[in-house]
Structures are given as structure tokens and as C-alpha cells.
Design a binder for this molecule. Structure first.
Ligand code: SAM
Ligand code: DTB
Ligand code: SF4
Length: 338
């Protein structure tokens, strides 16, 4: 059986010739090879689950899940053309564009999330990049969340290095910026930016001293090799992200991916397990798509090493199980929350 249990996030293993991967935006030195990650995906399901659970138990209490609540602080009207996203101006999805929320709206939503047990509050904006005119407004929103004693996370599109420093100074703990898919598929999904733009922003977030939240979407018509390619990119970030959201594509009418064939659910579970094994100390978040998944598959995801969820009845524009439903699910699985 392939085993990666002893590899530490900071240990770099030179991998002979990298020529075949020179065009894949892979770092010159990588911790885990693409072949290793593909071999994990190809394991018999029960062997993969066993390995994922073993790694999970080495680093976490397997009966503990972290709760993050999302709020869309600026919805719709985004100039990017991400094929999965209901908030792009390029797709007719019926999502109306809003203005940036004010501090009172955010305080109210964050207080409610805290009262329900969320430890982190994540604010998302449908922007290509953060504009200078919005930096102080966002900094004030971060202040509101920090004053409530919660961890703060933002996802606002691309950041410059100095903007990342400003958000860090405002108290931001995490910045979410997903790589979303394998490098070679990226151009088929998004034409208005390139993979390197994402990697640059992640670098700015790291240099500012914030925690990185970065993951992707599964079920966009990619191959297993491309799912491995996404994990390969994430796991070879130096260091790898502290938080790794694995989203199942939400099929939204009006987006180009609305009619994409549904993925075998066990491939989704496998992706969670491989993320757990390759990024052992990360919080792996079972993210979008839970509403369509059913309790049994969610339980399998927790067994595969997922230990965080988005908690609250809405993601950004689409639905999520409500608080009561999640409390009942977690309680029936004897899962404690942090
Ligand atoms: N505009 C910023 C950006 O793209 O980084 C922040 C908000 S954007 C909506 C955040 C993430 O939501 C995307 O990177 C993608 O992973 C996820 N997302 C968007 N639409 C989705 C969908 N239909 N299904 C699953 N995840 C989705
Ligand atoms: C992430 O990885 N998933 C969240 C959060 N980070 C921002 C967003 C999911 C969005 C799903 C589609 C929607 O609700 O618009
Ligand atoms: Fe805009 Fe982000 Fe949606 Fe892409 S994923 S269209 S950048 S809001």
C-alpha cells in the first residue's frame, strides 16, 4: 500500500527529473509527486479510507469538527467568467448584484453565527480583485468580527501584497482563495485570469503572515487525474494551506456547468481522503454541495478526514443545511464542535 504517513509538511523531497511537469506550474522541489497522489486515488476505497483515518487520528480528534459561517458581503455582478459561478455577469442566473454590506449588517450576522456555535466568520465578495476604495470598508468589517471574539476569514478575489498586509493589520486570520482545479483544466473553466494569478495572491497572503485557506471544486467534469492534479498543487504549496475547502459543484441553472454530469459520490469522498493524507495537519472542509449529499455521504466524508464545515442555511447565493439540521447530524455522529 502507498504510504505517506511519515512525510512532514516542511520536509522537501527532491524528485529527480521534473521535466515532465515543467509546464504544470509545479514548484521546482516538491514534497509529494503527482504519481504518489494518483496512486492514493487509485487505492481500493477501504484501504484509502483506512489510511486517511490513520493520518487523521495522528493529528486531530476524529470526533471534532470546526464550524465556519459564510456571509456574502457583496453579491453578484462579478466581471470574471468562472463557469461554475452564479455570481458572474457572464451568466444569466437571476442573482442580483448588491452593494457592499455595512458594519451593522455584518455584526448582526456574525453575532447570530457565534450564538449558534460558529468559531469562524467568513466574508465573501463577488470581486475579481480588491479595489483600493474598498480596503478600509473591509478592514472595518474585519474589526466587527474580531470584536465579537471570532476568527475572521475573507474571500475577496486577488490581493496585492500591500493589501494583504493591510488586511492582516486589521486582524484578518484567514484568506480564502481557491485554486479550484488542476492547472491544465483552468483555462476551460475561467478565461479572465490565469492559474499564476491565484498562486501570486496566495503568496501575498502567506507573506503577510495570514493563514491560507485554499481548495477547489470537484465534479466539474474533470478526470481523476485532474482531481489528483488539484491536490498536487495544494499539497506542494510551501507550506500547504491550514484550511482546505473541498467543494462539490453546486449545479446552478444559467451557468455553463449547470448540466455537467453528476460525479460519483465516492470520488468526492476519495478527494477528501487524499486531501487529508497529503495535508495531514490542515482543516479539510466539507464545503459546498452538502445539501444535495445526504447524511450518509457526509458521515463518510467525516470518516475520510473532513473536520470542518460551512455552517448556516446559506453558502453565498445557494442553500446549505440549516443550523438545526447540522446540529442533529453532528449529534447523531457524536461529533463535538469547535
Ligand atoms: N470572487 C472571489 C474568488 O473567486 O476568489 C471570492 C468568492 S468565490 C464565489 C469563492 C469560491 O466559491 C470559488 O473559488 C469557488 O471555489 C466557490 N464556488 C463558486 N461557485 C460554486 C459552485 N457553483 N459550486 C461550488 N463552489 C463554488
Ligand atoms: C469555498 O471554498 N466555498 C465557499 C467559500 N469558499 C467562499 C463558497 C461556495 C459557494 C457556492 C455557490 C454559492 O453559494 O454561490
Ligand atoms: Fe467572481 Fe469569484 Fe464567482 Fe469567479 S468565483 S465569478 S471571481 S465571484
Amino acid at each position: 500500500m502507498t504510504t505517506l504517513l511519515s512525510e512532514s509538511p516542511m520536509t522537501f523531497v527532491p524528485v529527480g527529473s521534473m521535466a515532465s511537469q515543467a509546464t504544470r506550474a509545479a514548484p521546482a522541489m516538491e514534497r509529494l509527486s503527482l504519481a504518489h497522489i494518483q496512486a492514493l486515488f487509485d487505492l481500493p476505497f477501504n484501504d484509502l479510507m483506512f489510511q486517511a483515518q490513520t493520518v487523521h487520528r495522528e493529528h486531530f480528534n476524529p470526533s471534532e469538527v470546526q464550524l465556519s459561517t459564510l456571509l456574502s458581503i457583496k453579491t453578484g455582478g462579478c466581471p470574471e467568467d468562472c463557469a461554475y459561478c452564479p455570481q458572474s455577469v457572464h451568466h444569466d442566473t437571476g442573482v442580483d448584484a448588491t452593494k457592499l454590506m455595512d458594519v451593522d449588517e455584518v455584526r448582526q450576522a456574525a453575532s447570530a453565527a457565534k450564538a449558534q456555535g460558529a468559531s469562524r466568520f467568513c466574508m465573501g465578495a463577488a470581486w475579481r480583485e480588491l479595489h483600493e476604495r474598498d480596503v478600509d470598508k473591509v478592514a472595518a468589517l474585519i474589526g466587527v468580527v474580531k470584536d465579537l471574539g471570532m476568527e475572521a476569514c475573507c474571500t475577496l478575489g486577488m490581493l496585492t501584497s500591500s493589501q494583504a498586509n493591510t488586511l492582516k493589520a486589521a486582524g484578518l486570520d484567514y484568506y480564502n482563495h481557491n485554486l479550484d482545479t488542476a492547472p491544465e483544466l483552468y483555462g476551460d473553466i475561467i478565461s479572465t485570469r490565469v492559474y499564476q494569478d491565484r498562486l501570486d495572491t496566495l503568496q501575498h497572503v502567506r507573506q503577510a503572515g495570514m493563514h491560507v485557506c485554499s481548495g477547489g471544486i470537484v465534479g466539474m467534469g474533470e478526470s481523476r487525474a485532474q482531481r489528483a492534479g488539484l491536490i498536487h498543487q495544494l499539497a506542494n504549496l510551501d507550506p500547504y494551506p491550514e484550511s482546505v475547502p473541498i467543494n462539490h459543484l453546486v449545479h446552478v441553472e444559467g451557468t455553463p456547468l449547470a448540466t455537467t454530469q453528476a460525479l460519483d459520490v465516492f470520488e468526492f469522498v476519495r478527494t477528501i481522503a487524499v486531501a487529508r493524507i497529503t495535508m495531514p495537519t490542515a482543516r479539510v472542509r466539507l464545503s459546498a454541495g452538502r445539501q444535495e449529499m445526504g447524511d450518509g455521504i457526509q458521515a463518510l466524508c467525516f470518516m475520510a478526514g473532513a473536520n470542518s464545515i460551512f455552517y448556516g442555511d446559506k453558502l453565498l447565493t445557494t442553500g446549505n443545511p440549516d443550523w438545526a439540521r447540522d446540529q442533529a447530524l453532528l449529534s447523531s455522529l457524536d461529533i463535538q464542535t469547535v
